[in-house]
Design a protein around this ligand. Structure first.
Ligand code: FES
Length: 90
């Protein structure tokens, strides 16, 4: 199975129903892609519609069987990039 980085970009307009995009996941997706390219980390980044952890979004996950990141903000991107590099070497 190809290794990928999944970013949930699901948007629910109703503020009573949490969603990753309402918490900034589209911006995270753009920034993460940009930083991965800049650091020459080659992994397919894919948007996904909901991983079932909407209350703790934005959610990002390395697949298959990789780390799962919750409440992702730009502050967490260096950690995600580091984990991605290690994941690609496994
Ligand atoms: S909306 Fe992102 S996990 Fe459900």
């Amino acid at each position: 199975m190809t290794k990928k980085l999944l970013v949930c970009s699901n948007l629910r307009a109703n503020p009573n129903n949490p969603s990753c995009a309402a918490r900034g996941s589209k911006e995270i997706l753009i920034e993460l892609t940009r930083q991965l390219q800049k650091k020459n980390v080659s992994i397919k980044v894919e948007e996904i519609q909901c991983m079932g952890f909407c209350k703790v979004g934005p959610n990002v996950r390395l697949i298959p069987n990789g780390e799962f990141f919750h409440e992702v903000s730009s502050k967490k991107l260096p950690n995600i990039i580091k984990a991605t590099k290690i994941f690609l070497q496994e």
